[in-house]
Design a protein around this ligand. Structure first.
Ligand SMILES: *Cc1c(COP(=O)(O)O)cnc(C)c1O
Length: 401
């Protein structure tokens, strides 16, 4: 690890290709009995090399902006037919791009969007395959910022109104599926099953209404375990998830299941390597100040998220002490761990902040005018730079005085 850091510097995101590959295979194995497509949620980690890795293995993609769509198309034009487009605020130019590329499915989230999409499709003389993203009013135990499947949330269309909205589709829109996404970092399979059952009932009604519903998109949200002392078996999780969904899909006859995992595929494939700059004591408290910050990894500040932090050789102290691990940004929220028992660290030591492959780099910013970190991908014995470190000149390039 020292040699990698000597080559590429810190802060540095490092990802394992093999881990991502294995996670994708878990899905294919568990859902093998039914027709399915894994549409990786690009927002979890949108770095091109990660998208390329998944595209080569036949994955589809769930995008939520024109930018994400362009990212996927830039690594694989032919992946267009495996792209679903989600999000509550699609603009006309984004719709036009998606229509021209011939994506698999638009997940429509409001009646206003339905009208605009019909208008754009008419203008481009094409038809858009659509699913309404319905709001199933299912409670999923997770952080309130990433719970999305209840009536009071901004996402989707009330499932009780969906049938009427599908009737308004018109000749430029082709109702092909029903979508749902109840939130993120959900650990139990039960809410996924509950949401899918409600969607299944709707599909039966829609088919009676004459719509050829061939796709059921159950969204993403399957959680991982960030605490090292809590048991987590990824294979078992995917199998439970599949067991909750497969019977529902099978009961509906000819139907292809779309899955949109983000975090589950990439979170535990990544770590953020950081160097200890200073260790300081304020009264009772010890602060370990590292060279990465909330601009590099926002999850602790945004969701009070837990990330395991481990020293990387040569830091070999067997003594332990309680400390806060914090970044240099001028915000009290700029922390990675609070009152954490860690091996005693000293300036110059290297630490790895674990399980940061999802919602790490994709949420990175330039706050405090800090250039965004570099990223490397480990493929077998090879370590490859997949994004070089941003420079200060690049950061300033868009501005004029
Ligand atoms: C964020 C999101 C996902 C992925 O969620 P994960 O928790 O990362 O699996 C999938 N679908 C939609 C519509 C999303 O907004």
């Amino acid at each position: 690890m020292e040699s990698v850091v000597r080559r590429f510097g810190t802060p540095l995101y490092i990802y394992s290709a093999r881990h991502i590959d294995q996670r994708l295979k878990l899905f294919h194995r568990a859902f093998g009995p039914i027709a399915h497509l894994v549409c990786y949620a690009v927002k979890a980690n949108s770095t091109l090399a990660i998208l390329d890795l998944l595209a080569r293995r036949g994955a589809g993609f769930d995008v939520v902006s024109g930018g994400e769509l362009e990212r996927v198309l830039s690594v694989d034009r032919a992946a267009a037919t495996r792209i679903v487009f989600s999000g509550v605020g699609k603009t006309a130019p984004e719709m036009d791009l998606a229509l021209r590329s011939g994506i698999l499915l638009f997940n429509v989230e409001s009646e206003g969007e339905l009208e605009l999409l019909a208008e754009r499709a008419a203008k481009l003389r094409t038809r858009a395959r659509i699913a309404l993203r319905v709001n199933p009013d299912v409670f999923a135990e997770t952080h309130p910022y990433i719970s999305t499947g209840m009536r009071e949330h901004k996402f989707g269309i009330d499932i009780r109104r969906a049938r009427a909205v599908y009737r308004k589709a018109g000749k430029y829109l082709e109702p092909s599926g029903v979508s749902v996404h109840i939130g993120s970092q959900i650990r139990s399979a039960d809410p996924f099953g509950a949401a899918a059952r409600r969607v299944a009932r709707l599909i039966v009604e829609l088919r009676k209404d004459g719509h050829a519903i061939r796709l059921m998109d159950v969204g993403g949200g399957l959680g991982v375990e960030y605490h090292p002392d809590r048991a987590f078996d990824a294979e078992e999780k995917v199998c439970q998830y599949a067991a909750a969904l497969i019977p529902i899909v099978e009961s509906l006859g000819s139907l292809r299941l779309l899955l949109e995992p983000g975090r589950f595929l990439v979170a535990q494939a990544g770590a953020l390597l950081s160097r200890v700059l200073y260790v300081k004591k304020n009264g009772e408290k010890t602060f370990v100040i590292v060279d990465s910050a909330m601009n590099d990894l926002l999850r602790p500040a945004l969701y009070q998220a837990y990330h395991e932090i481990v020293p990387v050789a040569p830091a070999q102290s067997s003594r332990k002490a309680v400390a806060d691990v914090v970044g240099p940004v001028c915000e009290t929220g700029d922390f990675f761990a609070r009152d954490r028992t860690l091996p005693v660290l000293k300036p110059g030591d290297l630490v790895a902040i674990l399980d940061t492959g999802a919602y790490g780099m994709s949420l990175a910013s330039n706050y405090n005018s800090r250039p965004r970190p570099a990223e490397v991908l480990v493929e077998g014995k090879r370590v490859r730079l997949i994004r070089r470190r941003e420079t200060i000149d690049e950061m300033l390039a868009l501005e004029r005085v």
